[in-house]
Design a protein around this ligand. Structure first.
Ligand SMILES: [Mn+2]
Length: 331
């Protein structure tokens, strides 16, 4: 196969102009933020401040994952009337659909909105968009913007940027051939003082024993289907009474289940309410299944290999339709 090198598409002139002309900005991310989302908000905010703008970071939360809880204090959880009266420009990062910003969706109505994202599927929203699905993380796009706007990357900003790279790329495990560009960006950050070693500890460490037991329970409960090509793991509301952890078991769960020979698709069904289920989708890099498309059919979004959706169905009622959908795609 011919090398498929990546380069960023040119930044649309309109976006550059809106940023240059604006004076007040709100930087928003998705609900239940992960490392890439918050790092993107922080680094985008710092970029804008460097350009002389007034900036507020807003995220509806909750800030549950242990690797990001310490960042919660940097964010406001709603948009006050005062903030809105300044007629700010809204910059939404790492977010594939308007629903993903939760309660903030209503609050930003009527404001000029720019989207910076790397999710392939999802619905188009906002007035201006810069979406590059082949970016490993949204911070990867933002690092590019630092170069575009010729703003210096400080060691502190480097740390946040790398944190986003690492969280969304499974610590560089999801990066394929001919993507030296990602590693060249990462190398620049390491030369600014980022320690991949320390970062790995920060991302995968810091968990309690209940978290590990919880992952164990979900693996124990998981079902192998479709001749071993699909695995479904399920968590129930009642688990929160058994296991004392706010960390999401999903990342560790996915990598363990995808390590099983022959497994192409992993579905993680999480009971949020009796009639509300969050579905996490993962597919192995050898599978033809595009889980982003699958999630989109259920009103969600994501990438070819990782996606999510939330449905108004019980865990039991969504299970069989999901198996049929995957079965169709595995043919
Ligand atoms: Mn992301």
């Amino acid at each position: 196969m011919a090398p498929d090198f990546f380069s960023f598409p040119p930044l649309p002139e309109e976006i550059r102009r809106v940023i240059e002309d604006g004076s007040s900005f709100l930087v928003i991310g998705h609900v239940s933020p992960d490392g890439d989302c918050l790092s993107s908000q922080i680094t985008m905010g710092a970029l804008l401040e460097n350009l002389g703008k007034q900036v507020a970071l807003v995220n509806a939360g909750p800030f549950e994952r242990s690797e990001i809880t310490h960042l919660a204090g940097l964010f406001q959880t709603s948009i006050t009337r005062e903030m809105k009266e300044r007629n700010p420009i809204v910059v939404v990062v790492d977010c594939s659909s308007i629903e993903r910003i939760g309660s903030l969706a209503e609050e930003i109505e009527g404001l000029t909105t720019i989207i910076f994202d790397h999710h392939a599927s999802g619905e188009f929203f906002g007035d201006y968009r810069y979406i590059t699905p082949r970016s490993i993380s949204t911070t990867f796009i933002i690092m590019h913007l630092y170069k575009e706007f010729d703003v210096e990357i400080t060691p502190e900003i480097a740390d946040h940027l790398f944190f986003g790279f690492a969280t969304d790329s499974g610590f560089f495990r999801f990066i394929g051939s001919y993507r030296g560009d990602v590693l060249r960006y990462a190398a620049e950050l390491v030369d600014l003082g980022v320690s991949p070693n320390e970062m790995a500890d920060r991302i995968s460490g810091g968990k309690n024993l209940d978290y590990i037991k919880y992952v164990g329970k979900l693996i124990d409960r998981s079902e192998v289907l479709l001749d071993g090509r699909l695995i479904i793991a399920t968590s129930y509301i009642r688990d929160s009474r058994t296991f004392d952890t706010t960390d999401r078991p999903s990342d560790m769960l996915y990598s363990m289940l995808l390590a099983i020979k022959g497994v192409e698709v992993v579905l993680y069904l999480k009971e949020l309410e009796p009639q509300l289920t969050e579905i996490g989708f993962r597919s192995s890099h050898v599978s033809p299944v595009d889980v982003g498309e699958l999630a989109k059919r259920l009103g969600g979004g994501g990438h070819k290999r990782a996606a999510g959706a939330t449905v108004n169905e019980s865990v039991e009622s969504i299970r069989n339709p999901l198996i049929l959908l995957v079965k169709e795609l595995l043919r």
